[in-house]
Design a protein around this ligand. Structure first.
Ligand code: HEC
Length: 121
């Protein structure tokens, strides 16, 4: 095998790797978000919210002092409608709670709201 052949082989090999990679990435991102419903509220919460709100939903002392609610507090749960929780998640609240409108689909937000409700049970 001369060097020209080796070079072509390398190019072909890289092209295959790149396309396999692209297909698998698209495989994830093109997944219809309905397949992420409710079941993934847990995962989404863990990935996007738990750093500030805590894995257990109680919040963290630092943020609590800035007005963050304890999601396990039954009175807090009662005082909020799903629409209010959805609105805070979409649009953020105050100075510190970021809005997730551009990062999560409506279905994903609904699944995270359902997850937050489970902290009250
Ligand atoms: C950077 C930290 C941070 C992240 C990340 C974060 N939050 Fe918050 N969140 C806060 C703080 C701080 C507050 C209190 C805001 C206030 O009342 O001024 C808050 C408040 C809330 C509230 C209560 C709003 C109300 O009406 O009392 C909800 C609901 C909420 N967050 C949901 C979420 C969800 C869902 C996620 C993930 C998708 C998330 N948060 C991610 C910091 C964060």
């Amino acid at each position: 095998m001369n060097n020209r052949f080796k070079f072509k082989g390398l190019i072909l090999f890289s092209a295959i790797i790149v396309s396999v990679y692209t297909v698998s990435i698209n495989g994830f991102t093109n997944q219809p978000s309905s397949t992420l419903l409710v079941a993934d509220g847990n995962a989404l919460y863990a990935a996007k919210c738990a750093t500030c709100h805590g894995k257990d939903g109680r919040g963290t002392p630092n943020w609590r002092s800035k007005g963050q609610p304890d999601f396990t507090d039954k009175n807090w749960q009662k005082s909020k409608t799903d629409a209010q929780i959805t609105d805070a998640t979409k649009n953020g609240k105050g100075k510190f709670m970021p809005g997730f409108k551009s990062k999560l689909s409506d279905e994903e937000i609904a699944s995270v709201v359902a997850r937050i409700r489970t902290f009250g049970k």
